[in-house]
Every structure is written in structure tokens, then in C-alpha cells.
Design a binder for this molecule. Structure first.
Ligand SMILES: Cc1ncc(C[n+]2csc(CCOP(=O)(O)OP(=O)(O)O)c2C)c(N)n1
Ligand code: SF4
Length: 298
């Protein structure tokens, strides 16, 4: 353990327990960013945790009750309502006097920013004592790779064969506008930052929102072995700033040691094939003007 910048003891990856609560083998594709995020997060969340996941890759890769990768209780919720189901589970636990159980709603970008948004916004507005994690692979992958509102502008998906005409929804700003106690961005490319944010969110009372970049190599059209590298390049290029808002107070948690041009992140990805060099220069200018995340101000 070492001292974190907020005076807390920062967790190092070597501090994490060997035992996994989301174990292999699972039904995820080898190299799945979502499975990596689940494995990292559950190590920090610990055994006194319950998880709801709506329809998504995350729900299916954990298997069924016949063969499951989960060693903690897991509930497969409907696509629309993960945060509402988590709120109900938390209320039931409170009623039973089980106050130490952390309830996590874990949903993809479509399950958070699109069809699940009403349940998510409602839970945040009520300041439910749950953690919602949006794992963002920037596509609705479980049904074949349709665009979500969290897909970046111009990206090629099965719904947007000529490139997505609209920009990435700014979920961090939207959730911060709910004035909840904890909002943070994360990336599986910076696992130490991610697990420390999970640890912080675990302790906070009230509604917590964590938005983690977890690439899908199939949807992004990259080799599986480059999943984590891409998640890191997103941060290093300035397109995916890492920060947290504690009671609305912002703190940047990672300043990349080396800044790389956005083309190093974008060019290897087949989903961005329609972008010209001119387009990349425009994105680079946006980042240099302080607009990370494809034009959104985070
Ligand atoms: C009401 C409803 N509409 C559509 C579906 C089909 N469906 C299942 S998973 C999914 C996409 C989920 O996307 P996302 O939340 O981004 O997670 P990912 O699949 O990328 O892991 C869709 C459209 C459904 N299960 N229920
Ligand atoms: S399709 Fe993508 S998100 Fe789904 S299991 Fe495979 S790598 Fe993971």
C-alpha cells in the first residue's frame, strides 16, 4: 500500500487478492475488455457484494445457473432496469438489517445511456445507495454491434454503415448534473486507477457512478491482443481523461506520462476506417482545445 493523493491508502495491483469472484473460464471472447473489467472490479468489491446486470455481453459471459463464472450473487435484469433492480435489492437488504452488502448495477453503454437511462437517472435522483458501473465498449455488441448514444461520431457500426452522424453522449456530465456524491471515469488500460476508484466508490454512501472504457475487439475491429493497449492509448491521446468528482469537486487522477497523437489510437481501429487525415486533424484540435472524449468536455 502507498499513500494516494487524497490522503487515502492507494491500492496497488499486487495488493489485490488472488482469489477471483468473477472467474475463468467464462463465455466471453478471449481478450474481452468487459470480462477484464469485471475481474478487476470484483476483486476490490469483495464477497459482500451483489450484482445486477441487464441484457448485454456482461450478462451472457457470466453463464447461467448451470455453469456460472460468478462467485457472488448475480441477477440478470431486463435491459431497461438494472439500476431500478439494484435499488430494490438494496432496499430489501436494508429491511433485513444487512447494511454491509454493496449492491452494484453493472451495465453496458446502451444499458446505461440509452434504454436503461430512465432507471439510472431515477436511481441517481433518489440518491439510492448503490454503485452503477457503465462499462463502455461504445457499441451494443451483444446483438451484433449496433451504435449506441455512447458511440463516438463517425464510427462505423452495423447501424451506421456510413459513419455515426451524431456525437458521443456526455454521460459523465449528465450524471454529474444529478449532483450525486461520486462520479468518475476509468479505463481498463489504467487498472490501478480503476481499482482505486472502485474501492473509493465502494465506501461512499449514496449513489455512485463509474464509467469505464472497456474495448470490444470485435466491434472495434482490432486484434484481441490489443484490447488493453487501446484502452491505454485512449487516455494517452487525451481522448479519455481520467478524473473523479467527489461531491462535485473534480480531481484529475492520471496525467499520462507520454502524450500520443489521436491518430495512434484511431488508425489501428477498423471501426474508424471512414475517417480521413483531415478528420483526424480536427479531432486532434478538439483535444488540444481541452475537449476530450470526442468533443465532450471531459
Ligand atoms: C427491451 C429489449 N430490447 C432489446 C433487447 C436486445 N438486446 C439485448 S443486449 C442488447 C445490447 C446491449 O448493449 P450494451 O448495453 O451496450 O452492452 P454490450 O452488449 O455492448 O455488452 C440488446 C439491444 C433486449 N434484450 N430487451
Ligand atoms: S463481443 Fe465484445 S464485448 Fe462481447 S464478449 Fe466478445 S469481446 Fe466481449
Amino acid at each position: 500500500m502507498s499513500e494516494g493523493s487524497e490522503g487515502q491508502m492507494a491500492i496497488k495491483l499486487t495488493d489485490l487478492p488472488h482469489e477471483d469472484l468473477f472467474v475463468g473460464p467464462n463465455n466471453g471472447c478471449p481478450g474481452c475488455g468487459v470480462a477484464i473489467a469485471l475481474r478487476q472490479a470484483t476483486k476490490v468489491l469483495g464477497p459482500r457484494t451483489m450484482v445486477t446486470i441487464p441484457a448485454s455481453c456482461a450478462a451472457t459471459i457470466g453463464g447461467s445457473n448451470l455453469a456460472t463464472a460468478w462467485k457472488i450473487p448475480f441477477f440478470h435484469a431486463l435491459f431497461e432496469c438494472s439500476a431500478a433492480v439494484a435499488s430494490g435489492i438494496k432496499a430489501g437488504l436494508e429491511r433485513q438489517g444487512k447494511k454491509d452488502v454493496v449492491v452494484v448495477s453493472w451495465a453496458g453503454d446502451a444499458g446505461s445511456a440509452d434504454i436503461g437511462f430512465q432507471a439510472l437517472s431515477g436511481a441517481a435522483e433518489r440518491n439510492e445507495d448503490i454503485l452503477h458501473v457503465c462499462y463502455d465498449n461504445e457499441v451494443a455488441m451483444n446483438t451484433g454491434g449496433q451504435a449506441s448514444s455512447s458511440s463516438p461520431e463517425s464510427v462505423f457500426t452495423t447501424l451506421t454503415p456510413a459513419g455515426k452522424p451524431t456525437g458521443k453522449k456526455d454521460m459523465l456530465a449528465i450524471m454529474a448534473a444529478h449532483r450525486v456524491p461520486y462520479v468518475a471515469s476509468a479505463s481498463i488500460g489504467y487498472p490501478e486507477d480503476f481499482v482505486n476508484k472502485v474501492a473509493t466508490a465502494r465506501k461512499v454512501k449514496g449513489f455512485r457512478y463509474l464509467h469505464v472504457l472497456a474495448p470490444c475487439f470485435r466491434g472495434w475491429q482490432i486484434p484481441a491482443a490489443r484490447t488493453v493497449e487501446m484502452a491505454r492509448l485512449a487516455v494517452d491521446s487525451g481522448l479519455w481523461p481520467l478524473y473523479e468528482l467527489v461531491d462535485g469537486k473534480k480531481r484529475v487522477t492520471v496525467e499520462p506520462a507520454r502524450r500520443v497523437p489521436v491518430k495512434d489510437y484511431i488508425r489501428p481501429q477498423g471501426r474508424f476506417a471512414p475517417l480521413s487525415d483531415h478528420d483526424l486533424e480536427a479531432i486532434q484540435r478538439q483535444v488540444e482545445a481541452g475537449q476530450g472524449c470526442f468533443g465532450a468536455k471531459w
